[in-house]
Design a protein around this ligand. Structure first.
Ligand SMILES: Nc1ncnc2c1ncn2[C@@H]1O[C@H](COP(=O)(O)OP(=O)(O)OP(=O)(O)O)[C@@H](O)[C@H]1O
Ligand SMILES: [Mg+2]
Length: 243
């Protein structure tokens, strides 16, 4: 078996009186799609918020490709190839698809006056390619993200993460508030990660969705991991019995 891409060791997190993560250890392997499940308040988001740099642990260690890492903010995690897609993603609805794909990483070109200006042409052409690469069909890179459906927005967020060569893509309940058709599209994206050599961590309350697109399932309850099995070795009933 390949070495883990992420090693989580003895992670601890407290929120005043709440012990949100109790000594959590978990290995995540390259190119696997890992489903993370558990009831409300189990600690799933806390765990992935630490992985994505939005929160800091009170104890424990994370290693990425064997190197200890400590992210101060999401940018740090993104620079190391860990991208996170939330239920309400970080798209700016009043900006175009092309601008959203490049948000925070805008390419510049020199103007005739020698001043760096946004390279709009490059953003347009590369965003068209990025979106086509995830098999999403959108009319134009100039359309505003605010005009897209929820599923299409998640698609653009995934295209962006792919374009910037994320190694690990974390999706925290990305299908909430989506229609059945859009949900299927997002599940299709998660399934397609492996082919692009991306490791996926998919959080959902819907066990059927997890079973459809993941290789392995980790269940959390009250800040601890209570089950960790290959999809083929467990069942929805077994998972419900441990939550
Ligand atoms: N910012 C915060 N401040 C205080 N307590 C928090 C904070 N974030 C999470 N908690 C608490 O930590 C525990 C774990 O919450 P977490 O959000 O990780 O759960 P979850 O598994 O993602 O749940 P859900 O399925 O509802 O999203 C809960 O008891 C929650 O109330
Ligand atoms: Mg959560």
């Amino acid at each position: 078996m390949a070495a883990p891409i992420i090693e989580i060791r003895n992670l601890q997190k407290w929120y005043s009186g709440v012990h949100a993560l109790k000594n959590v250890s978990l290995d995540i392997y390259p190119n696997e799609a890992l489903g993370l499940v558990g009831d409300n308040g189990a600690g799933k988001s806390t765990l992935i918020n630490i992985l994505s740099g939005t929160q800091k642990p009170d104890g424990g260690e994370i290693r990425l490709e064997g190197q200890p890492v400590r992210f101060s903010n999401p940018r740090d995690a993104m620079d190391r190839g860990i991208e996170t897609i939330y239920q309400y993603n970080s798209m700016v609805p009043t900006m175009t698809i092309a601008r959203n794909v490049f948000i925070g990483r805008e390419p510049l070109k020199m103007s005739v006056f020698g001043i760096g200006i946004l390279d709009q042409d490059r953003m347009r052409s590369e965003s068209v390619k990025a979106i086509a690469d995830v098999d999403l069909h959108l009319r134009s890179p100039d359309a505003l993200v605010g005009e897209l459906s929820g599923g299409q927005r998640q698609g653009v967020a995934i295209a962006r993460a792919m374009h910037f060569k994320s190694k690990v893509m974390i999706l925290d309940e990305p299908t909430n508030h989506l229609s059945v058709k859009e949900t299927n599209k997002v599940i299709g994206f998660v399934r397609g990660l492996k082919a692009q050599s991306v490791t996926g961590v998919f959080i959902s309350h819907n066990m059927h969705h997890v079973f459809e697109c993941c290789d392995r399932i980790v269940a959390m309850a009250r800040g601890e991991i209570v089950l960790d099995k290959r999809i083929g070795d467990t069942s929805i009933d077994e998972i419900h019995s441990v939550l």
